[in-house]
Design a protein around this ligand. Structure first.
Ligand code: RIB
Ligand code: CA
Length: 309
């Protein structure tokens, strides 16, 4: 049976591919997409999520707008990486055919979890997930697992020691990690193994469908900003790694370790402190992704985009 899945995201170029993978891969059953501010404003992220689902031909998957601001901090967007639309590259003039749900992300997440167990994949700040756990504690047993693209066992990408999804809302990440719900972190240490190399881009281009062409344009833009901002030869496709972990855990090898999120540090807010070497004596409380099976990962993504046509 496919794993029931909700994707909470901030599309964003890599979120967009994560949505396509979750729509198409037979191992998962995407029940809903919810949005959170991060890469862009939540309005733009929601429009982008609608766009991706429309391009995927998936009108039955509801898209609900979530938090416009972090729990307590001021929002910092990543328009330098993802552009003014949050999904720069190809230009669209029409309104996406997939509508925005009349329900909020909180209402939709609650509704999905009331119907039965589901996995939450989060590829943005954890603001929506933190609110869900705070306001609906009775639903926590129905969350099979939270798999987050966020954090890092090493250095950050928005601050020396903080990754963007964590740094946007450290308080939310801290609350979710402390919740006791099974938690898996797919941090930069593993997502930087998912580089969209020229070979990968050529594989996508060979698919030859309109959707594949849009994905190539998205990746081309994403590569340009990662080159200019970070000096990457090829951009890391962060978010689909979290979806791939749910699809087939063998694709993303994890270890158990203690994870805490820094919220007090003047210079380190959002740092995900992973005790891989057992210095602290604190018991393991999370699965930490450490290695990606690149071949299997890219096969799944190419298959998904090919399937959607
Ligand atoms: O740090 C990378 C993460 O931040 C990715 O999820 C990207 O989409 C942005 O949300
Ligand atoms: Ca994201």
């Amino acid at each position: 049976m496919p794993t029931p899945l909700v994707l909470d995201c901030d599309p964003g170029h890599d979120d967009a591919i994560a949505i396509l993978l979750a729509v198409a891969d037979p191992a998962v059953d995407l029940r809903a997409v919810t949005t959170v501010a991060g890469n862009q404003t939540v309005e733009k992220c929601t429009l982008n999520a609608r766009r991706v689902l429309s391009l995927a031909g998936a009108p039955s998957i509801p898209v609900a707008r979530g938090a416009a601001q972090p729990l307590v901090r001021r929002l910092r967007i990543a328009d330098d990486v993802h552009g003014q639309t949050g999904l720069d590259g190809p230009r669209f003039t029409d309104d996406p055919s997939v509508p925005q749900s009349p329900y909020s992300a909180h209402e939709l997440l609650t509704d999905v979890l009331r119907t039965g167990p589901a996995t939450i994949v989060a590829t943005g700040a954890l603001t929506n997930v933190a609110r869900l756990l705070s306001e609906e504690p009775g639903l926590a047993p129905n969350i099979t697992e939270i798999v987050w693209m966020g954090g890092s066992t090493g250095r950050g990408n928005i601050a020396p020691l903080a990754e963007a999804n964590s740094a946007v809302d450290p308080e939310a990440a801290d609350l979710v990690v402390r919740s006791g719900v099974p938690f898996t972190m797919c941090g930069l240490n593993v997502t930087h193994q998912a580089l969209v190399t020229d070979e990968v881009l050529a594989r996508l281009d060979r698919i030859g469908t309109p959707l594949a062409r849009v994905c190539v344009e998205w990746m081309t833009f994403f590569a340009s900003t990662y080159r200019e901002l970070f000096g990457f030869v090829a951009p890391p496709l962060h978010d689909p790694v979290a979806v791939a972990r749910v699809i087939d855990p063998a694709i993303v090898r994890c270890v158990e370790a203690n994870l805490v999120v820094e919220t007090q540090g003047e210079w380190t807010a959002g740092a995900t402190v992973v005790d891989l070497d057992h210095y602290t004596g604190r018991p393991p409380n999370a699965r930490i992704a450490v290695e990606l099976d690149r071949a299997a990962f890219w096969d799944r993504i190419v298959d998904a985009i090919t399937t959607l046509g």
